[in-house]
Design a binder for this molecule. Structure first.
Ligand code: AMP
Ligand code: MG
Length: 390
């Protein structure tokens, strides 16, 4: 059994980056930049009015000004503003030479072509050329996980073809003769397969569309065939169940017989102890525990950072410090425990009623979880704790 930190380090050391491909900027959400993006022009590209109003010289604000032109957005002013002059200007229009301020329509009155400033002070109301970024500036670095917030900046600099890392091919397998698919009503002794769908959802949230290969029954020959097929077609295989000490838990030896070498097979975490991680023939395998909360958490704690690293992204969990809203205690302290918590309206973290690694209702109610390190048997109400958000 190795500490969690060692397991994570080993997994991360083994992660390998895929090659790159070019995709259209409309399709980049969830992908990771493989080369930096540079500005091809100043942003904003010209001194731009931030208001509808009149462009003029600040020194003329205390006198009547003559309106000499109208500058609609998308047009180029054909003259400069001289002393005592102003131009009707729209939001997004070029501020004409000679003007250093735009007064708002609301702060002015116009009679005929004569304009007066009616307020006592004004901001410049000009977005200056290059104030956001200059032509040639690097605006996004390689390794950026692209979101909807990056699409508009890509569009603005004309980065219509974007180099990103390939997504890994991921195969999923559930194991256990007792499992039936969720649309079926389980017979006595059966339970519904939730792990496969939970992992599809976890991977979808990372922008990955995995291939699900079904339920391998507790039969060594069939399991071997299904693992072989799933391994063949993927970079990473994730299985759940069949990795404990039971008589039918032959997933590890089946994988070994197919050339997988395990880097760890037991991690000092609760839940999640029998988590396996191995590699062979250029492929990676996670054997996660069968109990659904265990497989959910071990995916989050170990598989997720590993997969992100294979995608070129240096992911770290979102952790916030909060006050604990209740006492927590436990007897055995030989493993790092993960406990689901809910954040209350008072901003404190409350441990959820949690019956253990099959308690999916607790997982569904959790905002995140906290870790009790090895050796830590209790935490006092009011103490500061790090909450890892889902
Ligand atoms: P195992 O690790 O195969 O011994 O499974 C541990 C527990 O998790 C057993 O109660 C299994 O029935 C349950 N389990 C295993 N796989 C799944 C799954 N795909 N969905 C829901 N529960 C599962
Ligand atoms: Mg099983």
């Amino acid at each position: 059994m190795i500490p969690f930190e060692d397991a994570l380090r080993i997994a991360m050391q083994n992660a390998s980056l895929g090659s790159v491909e070019v995709v259209g900027f409309e399709e980049v959400v969830g992908r990771v930049l493989a080369s930096p993006i540079f500005c091809d022009m100043d942003l904003p590209p010209f001194d731009k009015s931030a208001m509808d109003g009149f462009a003029c010289r600040r020194e003329d604000l205390n006198r009547e000004m003559r309106c000499v032109m109208v500058i609609p957005a998308g047009t180029k002013p054909d003259r400069a503003i001289g002393p005592g002059e102003c131009a009707r200007i729209m939001t997004g229009s070029i501020v004409p030479d000679g003007a250093d301020v735009v007064i708002r329509v609301e702060d002015s009155s116009m009679i005929g072509d004569l304009v007066t400033f009616t307020a006592s002070k004004t901001a410049s109301n000009i977005c200056y050329q290059g104030e956001d970024a200059h032509s040639g500036d690097q605006i996004l670095e390689s390794g950026t996980l692209l979101t909807s917030r990056h699409v508009p900046i890509l569009a603005s600099v004309g980065a219509v073809n974007v180099e990103v890392y390939l997504l890994p091919q991921i195969s999923l397998l559930s194991t256990g003769t007792e499992l039936v698919e969720p649309h079926l009503k389980p017979e006595v002794s059966q339970i519904r397969n939730s792990n496969a769908y939970q992992m599809v959802a976890q991977l979808n949230a990372m922008g990955i569309d995995p291939d699900y290969y079904g339920i391998a029954p507790d039969n060594e020959e069939t399991t071997r065939q299904m693992i072989e097929e799933a391994l063949e077609n993927s970079d990473i295989l994730i299985l759940t169940g069949g990795v404990s000490m039971g008589e039918f838990d032959f997933v590890p030896r089946t994988l070994e017989s197919l050339g997988v070498h395990f880097h760890f097979t037991r991690v000092a975490i609760q839940p999640g102890k029998p988590t396996h991680f191995g590699s062979g023939n250029g492929k990676f395998v996670f054997g996660l525990p069968g109990n659904p909360v265990s497989s959910y958490l071990t995916f989050e704690m170990l598989a997720k950072p590993f997969i992100y690293k294979c995608m070129g992204y240096d992911w770290t969990p979102r952790i916030i410090p909060l006050k604990l809203g209740a006492d927590i205690s436990r007897k055995k302290t030989d493993r790092m425990a993960s406990l689901p918590i809910r954040i209350g309206a008072d901003g404190c973290a409350y441990p959820l009623e949690y019956h253990g690694s099959a308690h999916l209702l607790a997982l569904s109610q959790a905002d995140g979880y906290i870790s009790l390190p090895i050796g830590c048997s209790n935490l006092k109400n009011g103490s500061s704790i790090d909450v890892r958000l889902f």
